[in-house]
Ligand binder design. Structure first.
Ligand code: F6P
Length: 556
């Protein structure tokens, strides 16, 4: 393993030189090679990854693979999956992959096999899910729970939100009378709507917070608790007391059992996970309870199995056939050598509506860093700015910039190959299949146009500037055979591991998030100033003015 800073390795220098040579080559020229499509396509775990529309060639890939070896990617993969303390600043492993190990596996971490604990938690989740599905989990007045509201933010919200939405059509029959909802914002916007509409007698809150200190979640939880108490206890429903409400209407999910107990979560309703699961990597265990409530425990286990298949592939496939490694290398090439630092995530499937938001946290909270493991500042770019939206909707929103703007952007197009096989009514099925075909056509057409520019159409004659398409915008296309729990699991694990490979090359820690801490601290101080109506004197003129405006609004 090479210890020199990565930008001082021979491979890095040669990649810079190579990038200078390749810069003048348009993607359409690279496609003069008819075998390019297959040469840059890889398959694993129900996913097909087409990287042929990246602005690279065989020589680029050979150099990038050398860079990955210099950075110690093979050793890094092993260290990650075997539970070494890869989260260096917090001195612990990052073992989200252990959450999807089969029950008969074993993984000794710091002297202890973590697999039995993982499966014991899954079994406890199963019991809760079964009781809710069977209408046996009843509210304090004896009525079965109908609405389950997940109160969490960041990793305790985005993963479950994204997956429940993506797999809603995999809901088993017995799950149909339980509706799952999400409230994350600290301003209570989502919660207030639920409190207006839901019946407190049949509403259960899941407080999801790894730390159980996140103010966004705890302030929603407090509002929810007071709402229940006011409606069920203070209104004087006979035989209902606070203890019953806590027991029948709250589940807690956290790595901090003592904090859950302090808050009043009954011990039987506490689902635990471990410090070695990062928040944004946590949907695979207890934080996934809302997912299991929607797709059933069998579906949840299929999701885990799909992710595990990707873990196995990540562990075993040679670097050049390894999907996460290849995806990561394409990113490194774009960011560090082609200076493309905007990355758009474009799913062509409405069920993946929340996928971009999920990846924004996964990628940017993991790799939006500038200090290496040694504490030195990096001399190179790390995580690009990542954003996204459903592709078909984005076509009517920001594709203008992709096609004719001045920013180079790399795009990930994501689509399932098959859809709607199970729609019973033949006429509706045919209509929906035609809509799916239309969606795929748009997906394929857009990446082709971004690649070729004007050459995508055979139209003679000069065109004015405003009608010209320069093309040469690189993209990746990721096809799922179908969108199922297993392929979604594999897709998420693919991106998780991609992030890890990039972090390894950049020598940064993808498993901490110190960059968000100071903001929390200052917000806390500011909140006290707002509440006390004093203490802002030493602040800058802008913030003082804003605070005074808020005070004024409070007085009016
Ligand atoms: O503030 C960032 C963060 O710590 C994320 O990393 C995390 O996913 C989110 O807040 C929620 O944290 P918790 O699950 O501890 O409430």
């Amino acid at each position: 393993m090479n210890q020199a800073p990565i930008d001082q390795t021979d491979a890095w220098q040669r990649l810079q030189e190579h990038a200078r040579e390749l810069r003048g080559t348009h993607l359409r020229q690279l496609f003069a090679d008819p075998k390019r499509g297959t040469a840059f396509t890889r398959r694993a775990a129900g996913l097909t990854l087409d990287l042929s529309k990246q602005r690279w060639n065989d020589a680029t890939l050979a150099l990038l693979l050398e860079l990955a070896r210099d950075a110690g990617v093979p050793q890094g993969i092993k260290a990650l999956l075997e539970g070494e303390h890869v989260n260096i600043s917090e001195d612990r492993p990052a073992l989200h992959s252990a959450l999807r190990l089969p029950a008969d596996a074993s993984l000794i971490v710091d002297g202890e096999d973590v697999v039995p604990g993982v499966h014991a938690t899954l079994d406890r989740m199963e019991t809760m899910v079964e009781r809710l599905h069977a209408r046996q989990w009843r509210g304090a007045t004896g009525r079965p729970i109908h609405d389950v509201v997940n109160l969490g933010v960041g990793g305790s919200d985005l993963g479950p939100l994204m997956v429940t939405h993506a797999l809603a059509d995999h809901r088993p029959a017995d799950a149909h009378h339980v509706e799952v909802h999400f409230a994350s914002t600290m301003d209570g916007s989502q919660l207030v709507d639920y409190l207006k509409r839901f019946n407190p007698e049949t509403t259960l809150f899941v407080i999801s917070s790894k730390s159980f200190t996140t103010i966004d979640t705890l302030s929603n939880a407090l509002t929810a608790r007071d709402w229940l108490m006011a409606r069920l206890v203070e209104d004087g429903i006979q035989g209902v007391d606070e203890k019953m409400v806590m027991r029948q209407h709250f589940i807690g999910v956290s790595a901090k059992p003592e904090k859950m107990s302090e808050w009043g979560i009954a011990e039987a309703n506490q689902l635990l996970f471990w410090e070695w699961v990062g928040g944004r990597y946590s949907l695979w265990g207890a934080i996934g309870l809302p997912i299991a409530l929607v797709i059933g425990m069998q579906g949840f286990r299929e999701l885990l199995a799909g992710a595990h298949a990707m873990d196995e592939h990540f562990a075993q496939a040679p670097l050049e056939d390894n999907l996460p490694v290849m995806l990561a290398l394409a990113g490194i090439w774009n960011v560090n050598f082609l200076d493309i630092r905007a990355h758009s995530i474009l799913p062509y499937d409405g069920r993946l509506e929340h996928f971009a938001a999920y990846l924004e946290q996964l990628e940017m909270e993991s790799n939006g860093k500038s200090a290496t493991h040694d504490g030195d500042l990096v001399n190179y770019s790390t995580c690009p700015v990542l954003w996204g939206q459903l592709g078909p909707n984005a076509q009517h929103a920001f594709y203008q910039l992709l096609h004719q703007g001045t920013q180079p952007v790399v795009c990930d197009f994501i689509a399932p190959l098959k859809r709607y096989d199970n729609v019973e009514d033949v006429a509706t099925r045919n209509h929906l299949k035609a809509q799916h075909r239309l969606t795929l056509a748009n997906c394929f057409a857009q990446s082709r146009l971004l690649m070729l520019g004007d050459d995508a159409i055979d139209e003679p004659g000069e065109r004015p500037g405003h009608k010209r398409y320069r093309g040469n915008q690189p993209s990746t296309t990721l096809l799922l055979d179908r969108l199922t729990p297993a392929t979604l699991g594999a897709l998420i694990a693919l991106y998780e591991h991609k992030v890890f490979v990039q972090a390894t090359i950049w020598a940064i820690n993808p498993f901490d998030q110190w960059g968000v801490e100071l903001g929390k601290q200052i917000a806390g101080e500011t909140e006290r100033i707002l509440a006390d109506h004093r203490g802002h004197e030493g602040m800058d003129a802008s913030t003082r003015g804003l605070i005074e405006a808020a005070w004024q609004a409070e007085r009016e």
